[in-house]
Design a protein around this ligand. Structure first.
Ligand SMILES: CC(C)(COP(=O)(O)OP(=O)(O)OC[C@H]1O[C@@H](n2cnc3c(N)ncnc32)[C@H](O)[C@@H]1OP(=O)(O)O)[C@@H](O)C(=O)NCCC(=O)NCCS
Length: 372
């Protein structure tokens, strides 16, 4: 029997990303995440994950333009949005609208490698529009059209808040999108590859991945972190809050990781961004609270923050509502999911593991009228 939760099981070969959990290192296609956080952009990262090399200037311009042209929603998905805004939670909206939009994808049911590449770019381009349109309708505001003169990250904030972010905010958000774009065989990526391996379609694989990301043990943790920050409220209340949770054997959201045994390298950048963005607006309350929680959890439990912990205060400071935080994570991770689906299909074999049967054997079938 393998480890519970498939820990340490290698489920696929990939050239997309790699982690060293002991050293706290992460690479996309061999490029250190620290270099990418410093120098790259989301658009360039999309190219890197999909083509497994950095683009030339012309190639980057082409991809950027393609993403700009694919931002608008098809009419069917747009028409569904008021209903989603009324009845669906943000991640349910995202999951269902990606599924629904498959029917109106210009490439239809074409599953060629070329069509899948176009579907992938379309999905990457449209996630921000889906999220922003939903949010504006549910808050009684007019949805905004994408602004073709803005890069992906800045346009996302513009469509969501109605305010064009300044350079610093736009760059901070762009870095967040770079940091979360891929992460080896996490639960949602694994799910996407399993669905792709049955030769189902791109939209089905991404719909399933969104469903997996929704859970609080995966992408849903960032929302839970923000709620924890709001619940504690004051730095002085952190220690009793954390101790109480630990006493009750409850998890502290945003801490721990299946692979990292030291600091998650993405958390290093998000911690810095959380502080810088707080200082910029003259309100470091959420950052201070986060740092205090980190210290107490580290002292008491020896756990390090993961990507979701400081993402919460960063997103909050950027004006992203708490219940949209997991959707924002998805808007970044869709770059990796779609790259993994394409990689799976390029050398496919059905993913179908074994199970170990632990139930009773050799039972005698008793007709229903004779059962007590
Ligand atoms: C990420 C996570 C699911 C990894 O899970 P995992 O590899 O299966 O590890 P386990 O849940 O088995 O945890 C191992 C031990 O550390 C403890 N632990 C792990 N994360 C913890 C946390 N966030 N708070 C408190 N204790 C934690 C577990 O209680 C367990 O302790 P035990 O051995 O005394 O029972 C887990 O750390 C977690 O639930 N974290 C909180 C949710 C989160 O932030 N998710 C986002 C991940 S990027």
């Amino acid at each position: 029997m393998t480890e519970k939760g498939l820990a340490d099981v290698v489920a696929a070969e990939t050239a997309i990303s790699d982690i060293d959990g002991k050293l706290g290192r992460l690479w996309y296609v061999g490029y250190d995440i620290h270099d990418l956080a410093r120098w790259s952009t989301f658009e360039e990262t999309v190219f890197l994950l999909h083509r497994q090399r950095l683009p030339t200037r012309n190639e980057l311009e082409d991809l950027t333009q393609r993403l700009v042209e694919e931002r608008e929603l098809d009419q069917w998905t747009r028409e569904l949005m008021p209903t989603f805004a009324d009845v669906a939670s943000p991640m349910s909206m995202l999951r269902t609208s990606v599924s629904a939009s498959s029917g109106y994808d210009p490439d239809g049911w074409d599953q060629s490698a070329e069509a899948n590449e176009r579907k992938a770019m379309r999905l990457v381009a449209r996630f921000p529009t889906l999220i922003a349109t939903y949010h504006r309708i549910r808050s009684g505001q007019e949805p905004l059209l994408p602004n073709p003169s803005l890069p992906h990250a800045a346009n996302f904030l513009w469509m969501l808040t109605g305010t064009e972010p300044d350079e610093e905010a736009a760059r901070a958000f762009d870095v967040c999108l770079v940091l979360q774009a891929d992460h080896t065989m996490n639960a949602s990526t694994f799910v996407a590859r399993v669905v792709a391996s049955t030769l189902s379609d791109m939209h089905s694989a991404i719909t399933a991945a969104i469903a997996a990301l929704k859970g609080p043990l995966h992408g849903g943790a960032n929302e839970a972190v923000m709620k924890m920050l709001e619940d504690t409220g004051e730095v002085d209340r952190v220690e009793p809050y954390v101790l109480d949770r630990l006493e009750r054997k409850e998890k502290i959201m945003g801490f721990g990781h299946r692979v990292y045994r030291t600091e998650d390298p993405r958390a290093t950048h998000l911690r810095r961004l959380s502080r810088e963005l707080g200082e910029r607006i003259g309100d470091t309350r959420w950052h201070d609270l986060s740092e205090r929680i980190e210290k107490v959890v580290q002292e008491r439990k020896g756990l390090y923050p993961n990507v979701d912990f400081y993402a919460a205060s960063v997103y909050h400071t950027l004006g992203i509502p708490t219940d949209l935080m997991t959707c924002v994570f998805a808007a970044s991770r869709v770059a990796g999911w779609t790259a993994h689906v394409r990689e799976q299909l390029a050398d496919n074999r059905l993913i179908r593991p074994e199970s170990e049967y632990i139930g009773p054997r050799n039972q005698d079938y008793v007709p229903i009228e004779e059962r007590s």
